[in-house]
Design a protein around this ligand. Structure first.
Ligand SMILES: [Fe+2]
Length: 251
């Protein structure tokens, strides 16, 4: 199926679409001030007041030491372990969503096909499995620490809320495969930076073995990012080329 990402056509969002009406709109906005008192500084003040009064985004549940007390105690090192569990919870949630994102990309591939230098089904499926494996790795690590891998930690909620637009956009039926790759790029950039931080944190806390396992995950994430960027570049350049023909998006 053919659907260009940047097709020329009617778009009424810019002022150039109707210079006369646009001029009147600008004049109107200058003539009539907002009828609600206040301004940007009042709004900033209100936000600051709310921030002072509101509670935490959430809390990290205490570890369950039953059955694995010894191992967990060896791994948990004081209050700092809470930070580690929080960030592990964040990775678990994001990697699980990551697998879903590649499922969404696979659906786009089925509808729109790919292009020269674009993703293949095998590549997307392989990365999907990588993300699932990473989720399993984080889950096992949390269990070793006596933490509940099903708990939504504050850092997990933060990252999920920040990136909620990614699955939404990728599931949008108007979005083609090339456009959906922008979602994968956003996710992979976050993935790379987050694994780097997690590895640093693991080393800082003396979890050398965990850090080594996580380094292998980061190696895979670096490959994912390089691939997504290459697919996106190839597809965008192909679409920009006059008469550039290919299956899928940049047809
Ligand atoms: Fe990834």
């Amino acid at each position: 199926m053919e659907r260009k990402a940047s097709e020329m056509g009617m778009n009424r969002t810019g002022t150039m679409a109707h210079p006369v009406k646009s001029k009147e709109t600008i004049e109107g906005s200058e003539k009539y001030a907002p009828d609600i008192p206040g301004g940007a500084s009042v709004m900033a003040k209100a936000r600051q007041d709310f921030a002072r009064e509101a509670g935490n985004l959430g809390t990290v549940p205490p570890p369950n030491l039953k059955g694995m007390a010894k191992a967990a105690m060896a791994l948990l090192k004081g209050g700092r372990a809470t930070v580690f569990v929080d960030k592990l919870g964040q990775r678990a949630g994001f990697e699980r969503t990551g697998a879903r994102l590649y499922e969404l990309a696979l659906s786009k591939l089925d509808v729109f096909g790919t292009w020269e230098g674009g993703p293949s089904r095998e590549q997307l499926e392989k990365i999907r499995l990588d993300e699932l494996r990473h989720f399993a790795l984080v889950k096992r690590t949390l269990e070793k620490l006596g933490a509940d891998p099903t708990a939504l930690t504050p850092a997990a909620e933060l990252q999920a809320n920040l990136s909620e637009g990614v699955p939404r956009v990728m599931a949008d039926p108007h979005v083609n495969l090339l456009q959906s790759l922008e979602g994968l790029m956003t996710a992979e950039l976050v993935d790379n930076a987050s694994w780097e931080l997690l590895i640093e944190l693991a080393r800082e806390l003396g979890h050398t073995e965990i850090a080594e396992d996580f380094q292998r995950a980061l190696d895979a994430e670096q490959e994912h990012l390089a691939l997504v960027r290459a697919w996106l570049a190839a597809g965008t350049k192909l679409e920009a080329r006059v008469g550039g023909e290919a299956a899928g998006a940049p047809a």
